[in-house]
Unconditional design. Structure first.
Length: 364
């Protein structure tokens, strides 16, 4: 176990095997730098950025820390135009727009979430970070090889064993095994069948056995107990998202933060009604009434064009009915904290639990 952990921490240039998940809109440079300062791998969501925005972020990150950081991108395929489906979906949401006195969009335009492309690859090559990660698969092989030639370590998420094998075969240095418990968008890319999705406890050892590259466990990991369990399953590190949403550095809205504090009395579900792709969120009214999974939802990322205006207007008056509050299944274990305190707690808990297990050896 120790050998695989050391292999990954050396590869990524970090001191502890903890990766902060890239969470667009919820985790910015302050959080990533704080995680890096505590010995982990901080991550930055780059999907909403154009080439100039990415260049600015790379420069700001270089000024903020000399520690390794992970820059995360999407690899989704642009959706096909389907004006009939778009119009039907807007009609279905019309009562919600009327309820909060908001004009319904006339059409669903593509939003700013873009897949990794030539412009972004060129920016990364000009100022290569330590790590680049992807969600929804990988970009074309030529981009992956260019990143690796620039000295960048490449990671991506797998939600099935087949996806893990695909990622390894196409040049991935590290695979993130994303269990079904994870908050946010499912990283699935070889299938859109939700019945293929597996929990972290079952997924991690299967992927570990199927590939030769290091594996990072993700989904439902909130404290030292989850870290030790993941390492025992063969993971070389963990990726955690929801736990960091409780930190002061999280850039969540007041409504979002309020819902997180009450997460223990709520539950989550996987839904596609907000973006068009399956994503785990705290259950709210829109999910109950239109989903949680709907065949009528437009393709990702066009769904945001419909629900984004609803969310913004509603949250201005503290209404959460139309907001995708991304959250994993272990949210009830979250505590208000700072990144530094959270990282120290995670490290301390993990060390104590690991020592406890050593004490069990004669009994086992």
């Amino acid at each position: 176990m120790l050998e695989t952990i050391n292999r990954l921490t050396k590869m990524l240039g970090v001191d502890v095997p903890i990766v902060q998940a890239p969470m667009a809109g919820s985790a910015g440079l302050d959080m990533a730098v704080a995680v890096a300062g505590a010995g982990g791998l901080g991550s930055l969501a780059c999907a909403p950025l154009d080439a100039q925005g990415l260049k600015d972020l790379l420069q700001a990150a270089a000024k903020a820390t000399n520690k390794p950081l992970n820059f995360n991108f999407f690899c989704h395929k642009p959706p096909k135009e389907n004006p009939e489906q778009d119009a039907a979906w807007l009609d279905k949401l019309s009562p919600y727009f009327d309820e909060i006195c908001l004009d319904k969009p006339q059409s669903l335009q593509m939003n700013s979430l873009q897949s990794f492309d030539e412009d972004r690859c060129a920016v990364i090559e000009a100022q290569p970070p330590a790590v680049v990660s992807f969600h929804f698969g990988l970009p074309e092989d030529a981009f992956v090889q260019r990143l690796k030639a620039a000295g960048v370590k490449v990671m991506s998420s797998a939600t099935t064993v087949d996806e893990a094998r695909y990622l390894e075969a196409h040049g991935c240095d590290v695979i993130i095994a994303q269990g079904l418990e994870a908050g946010g968008h499912r990283g699935m890319f070889l299938t859109d069948d939700p019945l293929t999705q597996t929990g972290t406890m079952a997924l991690v050892p299967q992927i570990v056995d199927a590939v030769q590259v290091p594996v990072i466990a993700a989904g439902g990991i909130a404290d030292g107990r989850g870290i030790v369990a993941s390492l025992a399953l063969g993971a070389s590190a963990v990726q955690m998202g929801t736990a960091f949403l409780f930190a002061e550095q999280a850039t969540v809205s007041d409504v979002y933060r309020m819902q997180l504090r009450d997460a223990g009395s709520q539950h989550t579900a996987v839904s596609n009604v907000f973006s068009g792709r399956p994503t785990r969120c705290l259950v709210n009214r829109m999910m109950r009434e239109t989903g949680p999974l709907s065949l009528d939802a437009p393709a990702f990322p066009k769904g945001f064009a419909a629900t984004g205006p609803l969310r913004i207007k509603a949250e201005q008056v503290n209404i959460r009915d139309f907001s995708p509050h991304y959250c994993g299944q272990a949210a009830a274990l979250g505590k208000s904290t700072t990144v530094a305190r959270l990282m120290q707690d995670l490290i301390t808990q993990t060390r104590h639990l690991a020592a406890d297990f050593e004490g069990w050896a004669p009994w086992i």
